[in-house]
Design a protein around this ligand. Structure first.
Ligand SMILES: [Fe+2]
Length: 299
């Protein structure tokens, strides 16, 4: 049995004090939003309790699907790097970026530079390419495929985009990993299935779904919406679960769902995989982290 943990969207606080120049353009809206709303909702003590509970369950690997920072100030990336290291070492934790991580052009390369070891493939000593997505990591029976939907957008937009080149490479990778009989887990920040508000959508979600329909995958994990979600894509050998997790840091009573993370118990063999999802999160009476739900996804 391989135990995969998934958490997302920690939106790490506290917000550093930006200069006036830092707040030009899109960052100003994000800064105001943090102080009006987000800053009260995303709490480090909630996140810490969740991560400690996750570690106590001893997952074999941890997937993090982005939005570590808020308005992409340079200092936020160092804070997020320290948090990543507190979650686990780069060989045990796989990260893909979210839209807040590549929020403005000025710091668009900071996520890759600062978190590089957490979001690259197994190729080892090869220098990272300018755009290292999709990347592949093999862990036991599992292949983790990380894609990036993050790019700077205009103010008030939180859309994502994969691009034709990344979609084509994803198709090749999924076909190869099918031959290798791996349990294929695709990590993506934006939800690629289900209904999404136009301001927050993955623009080329249809292209992503076509690749999954053609080449299959075993599990797709995403964040972004801060809610539990299970959708399905019809693959060549049956339907494929697309699972969204709430933010890992939201205190109960907020606009979004309280903090939670998922554990996936992956078992079986190629052609006969089994996968059970366990939802753990903040309890209703806020006394700790408890099991909230359990569901068989495959098998
Ligand atoms: Fe997001």
């Amino acid at each position: 049995m391989f135990l995969l943990a998934h958490l997302s969207d920690p939106h790490l606080g506290p917000m550093p004090q930006p200069s006036l120049a830092d707040l030009a353009g899109k960052r100003l809206l994000g800064f105001v939003n943090w102080h009006l709303r987000r800053g009260r909702q995303h709490r480090r003590d909630v996140l810490h309790a969740l991560v400690e509970d996750m570690k106590a369950n001893a997952p074999d690997h941890i997937a993090v699907t982005g939005d570590l920072v808020n308005i992409a100030l340079p200092v936020e990336y160092g804070t997020a790097r320290a948090w990543l290291e507190s979650v686990g070492p780069p060989d045990r934790v796989t990260l893909v970026p979210g839209n807040h991580d590549i929020y403005v052009r000025a710091t668009a390369s900071h996520a890759r530079r600062t978190w590089n070891e957490y979001m690259r493939g197994d190729e080892g000593g090869a220098p990272p390419t300018p755009f290292p997505f999709p990347f592949v990591r093999r862990r036991g029976p599992v292949a983790l495929i990380g894609v990036s939907t993050a790019l700077p957008t205009f103010p008030l937009l939180a859309t994502g985009h994969l691009g034709a080149e990344q979609i084509a490479r994803l198709a090749d990778i999924l076909a190869r990993l099918k031959q290798e009989q791996a349990f294929r887990v695709v990590l993506i920040h934006h939800p690629p299935a289900g209904k999404n508000h136009w301001q927050k959508r993955l623009v080329d979600a249809a292209g992503f779904r076509r690749v999954i329909e053609a080449h299959g995958a075993d599990l797709v994990l995403h964040g972004h919406d801060h809610v539990h979600a299970v959708e399905w894509i019809e693959g060549p050998a049956g339907r494929i679960p697309v699972v969204g997790v709430p933010s890992a840091s939201i205190v109960p009573g907020s606009d979004d769902e309280p903090a939670a993370y998922h554990l996936f118990r992956i078992d079986g063999a190629p052609g006969a995989w089994r996968c059970e999802m366990i939802v753990r999160g903040v309890s209703g009476d806020q006394t700790g982290i408890v099991e909230l739900a359990r569901r068989t996804l495959i098998g």
